[in-house]
Design a protein around this ligand. Structure first.
Ligand SMILES: [Zn+2]
Length: 380
C-alpha cells in the first residue's frame, strides 16, 4: 500500500466510511487487524485510525514473515502525543502480535485434519484427503518462529482450524516454550474442530502441566477464539464434510469451560458479518441452516452452547485479554477507559436458562457506542 492513507480515506472515502460506520453501529469499539503485511501497511492503518472522527480503536497483528523481514519490534498503546495531562488512550493500540497460518479454512477444504475429509456422495471437499497445512511439520513451525519467539516480546496468534493443525500448533508452542519462556499470551485462532484431548492439553499447558518430547513445558497462557458463524453458515455443510460427530464438536465451548480455557468469538471479517450480538446469539443457540433453501434448521452440538454471560465475556473482556489490553479496556471498571455501548435491552434477560428467547439477541438495538466516554456518532 503506497498511497497516502489520508488521501486514500478522502478518495475511497464513502465505501470505507460506510464499512467503518457499520462496525460502530453494530456496537464495535475495538477491532484487531490480524494480517498486517509490511511496515508501510502498519503505518497506513495507524494513520487511518488516528484520523479525527474514526470511531474505533485498532490493535495490529503482524504476519510473521513481514516481522522477520523488517526486523520489527512489537509496539504497545502509547499516550496520544497531545493527550494532555489525562493522557487518553489513543485509537491506534500498536502492533504487538505475530500472526501465523498453520492451515487454511475448514469449509474451503484446506484445514489440516487428522482423518480425511468425510465424503458424502457428491459432497464438498471430496478428494481433499486430510486437507493441508502451511508447514511441513510442527518442527517446521518451530524453526520458522524461533527468531521472533526468542525476542520474548511478542504475543503469538496461530491460525488453526483442523484438529491436525491444532495439534501441530500445540507441539510447536510447547517446544518453543521449552527453548525460551515467553511471558506473553498465545492465541489459537478458530480452534474449530473440537476434541476433548486437544482442549485438555491446552488446559494442561496453561497450568504448567504440559509435557513435550518427554520433558515438562513451562506454563503458557494459551487462549482460543472461535469463528462462531461457522455454526450458522456451514454447520450443516460440515456434517457432510466432517461427519455428524465431528461437526457437532465445532467451536467446543464445553471443552473450553471444562479446561478453564478463556475463549472469545470473532467474525473473521469478511468471512462472516461483524455483528457481536449475533455472535452471542449463535454461541447460545447453536442454530444452523441448510443453505440455500433454509428448509432444514436445527441445533448443532447443543452441549457446546454458551450461556449469555459467557458469550458476552467472549465479545468484551476475553478478546481484550488475548491482545493484552484488559488492563485498559474490555470491561467497565475503575482505571479503564470508558469504551462501552448502550443497548435497547439487557441481553442477560434473553438467557434460555432464565426463560428468555435467545433467538432474539441479535435484534437488540445498539443505541449508541462510546469511546473514552464520548459518543462516536450514529443516527439512532
Ligand atoms: Zn481463518
Amino acid at each position: 500500500m503506497h498511497s497516502d492513507p489520508v488521501k486514500l480515506a478522502e478518495q475511497g472515502g464513502a465505501d470505507v466510511e460506510r464499512a467503518i460506520h457499520a462496525l460502530r453501529d453494530a456496537g464495535v469499539t475495538t477491532i484487531a487487524d490480524g494480517g498486517l503485511q509490511s511496515v508501510s501497511q502498519i503505518n497506513a492503518v495507524k494513520r487511518f485510525t488516528e484520523l479525527p472522527g474514526f470511531p474505533l480503536r485498532i490493535t495490529g497483528v503482524v504476519v510473521a514473515d513481514a516481522a522477520k523481514a523488517a526486523t520489527l519490534r512489537p509496539t504497545a498503546p502509547a499516550c496520544a502525543p497531545n493527550g494532555g495531562n489525562d493522557c487518553a488512550l489513543p485509537k491506534w493500540l500498536g502492533a504487538g502480535g505475530i500472526k501465523v497460518w498453520v492451515d487454511g479454512s475448514t469449509q474451503g477444504c484446506t484445514a489440516k485434519l487428522e482423518a480425511p475429509y468425510h465424503y458424502l456422495e457428491g459432497g464438498h471437499c471430496s478428494g481433499e484427503g486430510e486437507g493441508r497445512a502451511d508447514y511441513d511439520s510442527a518442527q517446521d513451525i518451530v524453526d520458522s518462529l524461533s527468531p521472533l519467539w526468542g525476542q520474548g516480546a511478542w504475543r503469538f496468534q496461530l491460525h488453526a482450524n483442523g484438529n491436525g493443525a491444532n495439534k501441530w500448533a500445540l507441539d510447536a508452542l510447547s517446544r518453543l516454550q521449552q527453548s525460551k519462556e515467553n511471558p506473553h499470551r498465545v492465541l489459537l485462532i478458530h480452534n474449530t474442530m473440537g476434541q476433548p484431548a486437544l482442549s485438555k492439553r491446552i488446559g494442561d499447558l496453561r497450568k504448567g502441566a504440559g509435557v513435550m518430547d518427554g520433558q515438562p513445558v513451562p506454563a503458557l497462557d494459551i487462549q482460543v477464539t472461535h469463528l462462531i458463524g461457522h455454526v450458522a453458515y456451514w454447520g450443516d455443510a460440515f456434517v457432510g464434510m466432517l461427519g455428524e460427530e465431528a461437526a457437532s464438536e465445532i467451536d467446543p465451548v464445553a471443552y473450553d469451560r471444562e479446561n478453564g480455557i478463556p475463549f472469545s468469538l470473532h467474525s473473521d471479517s469478511m468471512v462472516t458479518p461483524t455483528r457481536p450480538l449475533w455472535f452471542v446469539e449463535q454461541a447460545v443457540t447453536r442454530r444452523t441452516w441448510s443453505y440455500p433453501d433454509f428448509q432444514k434448521e436445527y441445533v448443532l452440538g447443543a452441549k457446546h452452547a454458551a450461556t449469555v454471560e459467557e458469550a458476552l465475556r467472549a465479545i468484551t473482556v476475553e478478546p481484550a485479554r488475548h491482545h493484552e489490553l484488559d488492563t485498559l479496556l474490555g470491561s467497565i471498571e475503575p482505571g479503564k477507559v470508558a469504551d462501552f455501548v448502550v443497548l435497547g435491552a439487557n441481553p442477560l434477560d434473553f438467557d434460555p436458562a432464565k426463560g428468555g428467547d435467545p433467538t432474539k439477541i441479535s435484534q437488540i438495538p445498539v443505541i449508541q457506542t462510546y469511546l473514552n466516554g464520548r459518543a462516536t456518532g450514529g443516527s439512532h
